[in-house]
Structures are given as C-alpha cells and as structure tokens.
Design a protein around this ligand. Sequence first.
Ligand SMILES: [Mg+2]
Length: 231
Amino acid sequence: MSETLILFDIDGTLIRTHGAGVSGFVEAGIRVFGEDFSLDDMPLGGQLDPLILERALGRLGMVPDDVNLRAFRHHYHECLERLFKSGNHESIAMPGVHELISQLESHAHFDLGLLTGNLAETGELKLTAAGIEIERFCIHAWGDDGESRDHLPPIALERWLEHRGIDRDFEHTVIIGDTIHDVQCAKANGCRVLAVCTGADDRGMLEKAGADRVVDDLSDTSDIMNWLLKS
Ligand SMILES: [Mg+2]
C-alpha cells in the first residue's frame, strides 16, 4: 500500500505552455464576455482558474454564472487546443519531469496526484500536449473543487481514501509546486512541500514562504527521490 501521496501543480511545475494558457483564457473570455475582457495586471501564478475568471469579470462589473461559465470552459478548451495544434505554442515538460514521474510510478511507496488551479479539461489538455498522460495521476484536485487553493489538499486526501482506500493524514502528503501559493496551501494543511524554481516565484520567495525544500528544477531525480523517501 502506498505511504505517500505526491500532489503536483501543473503550470510552472510539470509543464510550461509558453503563453498558450493565458492566450487561450483571454481569447475565450473575449468570445464569451466581450472585447474588454483581459487579464492584464492580474496575478495569475498559483491562482485558481475560476477565481481568475471571477476577478476579471468583476473588473467589468460582471459575475460568472452556470451558463456563461459553461460557455467559457467550452471556448477555453477549444482555443487552447487550437493554439497547441497551430504549432506556434508548445506545451513542454519541465526538466526531469518525465524521469521523476517514471521513478515515482515504479515505487510502491508513492501514489501520484494533481493539485492545480486548472480546470479539469484544460489541465488535462496542457499535460497531454506535453506528453504526460492524465492516467498517470490517480488523484485530482482541480481549480473548481474548492473556494481557494488551501481547500484543495483536504479534497485530495478525501479522494485518496475514496479511490484508493488509503486513509492517511496530511503528513503523508507532499505538494510539489512553483509558487508561494503552493507552499502556503501545503503549510496551511500540514503537508510537506517541495518548491521548484521553474515558474513564477524565485528561490527567496519560496524559502520565505516556508518550503521544506527548494530545488532549481526537478532534474536531479535521485536526490529528489531520496528526499521524498526520507521526509
Ligand atoms: Mg504553478
């Protein structure tokens, strides 16, 4: 039985999309909410997609509802898929990611999951475009599963119990992410956290936020495996 659940963030941690994520989001927003829709000057790293949308609409004096949210999600997926197919935008795995996932999968000690601000369908699309199959992660906590990122770790643990029958506490959970928000949501729940400097926030910010370990990237897989097994 697995002893530790590893929860990966997506953007800036497992992959980068070279602007496709933001471009697709904005294009979908313009299609559904009008040409004034924009994400300019908004913090995006480590944020939940539904909250980004809510804030962007708030600036326009609008609110999301079930109908326009469904339309937005449809268009966001369509735009993102087209951007990846166009060849102008690429989703690529960060250094060491394929190797680390393979090593974790081959080790009975670990179960793999996702804890991300992405919505399910676009999160999966970004991973698939980078050659990372969604099936490799047995637990998912998506951006619309909670009101804030801090609410997502308990949902991941509930799903670990529900889907794998494993009933463990937050000490048996490690979050791997690239922003202070990943670190904060881990600390708020008593999870351990490995921060990686391949995304929005630098080493100093990640250390100050309280990351248990900070690495430049995930390429030193044996060192990271040792840390995950020991910690
Ligand atoms: Mg991220």
